[in-house]
Design a protein around this ligand. Sequence first.
Ligand code: PLP
Length: 370
Amino acid sequence: MTKRVAEVSLDAISANVRYLKSLNSDSSFLAVVKAGGYGLGVTQAATAAIAGGADWLGTFDLAEAFKIRAALPEPPILAWGLSESDDFALALSQKITLALSDLRHLELLEKTLLATSGSHASVHLKMDSGLSRNGFDATSRATAFQEAARMERAGILKVQGIFTHLSNTSVDENEAQVQVFQQIVEEAKAAGLKPEFLHVAASETILMPLSAKFNMVRSGIAIYGYSPITASSSHAFGLKPALKLTAELLGTREVKAGAGVSYGFRFRAKEDTRLGLVGCGYADGLPRIRRPEKLWVSIVGKRYPVVGTVAMDQFVVELGTDSPAIGSEVIIYGDPERGEPSLEDWAIEADTINYELLTRLGSRVERKYV
Ligand SMILES: Cc1ncc(COP(=O)(O)O)c(C=O)c1O
């Protein structure tokens, strides 16, 4: 069987959480484990984050919150990607904290609460402070606050938290959103709400200055040990990458100078050389880079350049005069501090971000937890 392995260090996730939490020790720490724990395994990432001291877990989909709850009965879980077809009653019975972002959510939740006498929900309200995705905006927030306050007075609701998400466009744009958020919080308080948690910062603003970090922070990419700014390394931020992606050297061959390599012959051998075939491709989540120029892999501790277009199941490296054994482990990316290529090298070459490559690791890649 062709080996493709995502070796995930759960200790690295725990250590990153511990470190990130220490940067804002007065705040509650929410570990973002949506999208299958950024591709690394939702329950495994959640468990490692809790072991590292995370106070909360966060997902987009309710379905992922349920998965975590089945493994971890205790920690608070916030789910903020609600759909009107979601089962709010099940969410309440599973102690999932709903993050409402729309007046329809408030209506549906009220219906659910009134359907069962004695039921009560503690929720967070997601506010749009400028990102223009979801969240109550300037036209809906006054009604949202009034309705939520009315439900609080009726004894069926508690607005435990109010939060927003930043665009990370620039320091000035982030600060402008913080100003808007401060105003929103004042309006919520004027409507009678008394949220225990206010939260704005995610990885980038946990690691970098922001005028107000409030009393809860939410971190995703950084808990997996990756920089929120793809051009910066993990280590520049004191983080430890949790993933080592390896595949198998499936074969080698000698070619003459001028031989074309892979689809489109975008690389031709400059001299007589040996090529190695690596069993991992874009079906496994690698980007379909057409002309890898700076990418390399590590085989038995030595660097070899990636050549030619990355294909669905395979890509080619140039071995020169070396002949590593067929079946050797090829490190595609791992921890640069151990002399391994970095995920960011691949992301930069593909003109994308590390987040995208992490979360699209394919299903053929075996996840191995160490
Ligand atoms: C609402 C919210 N909070 C936090 C995060 C985590 O962001 P990051 O991975 O940059 O820490 C995300 C990610 O998309 C998000 O949507």
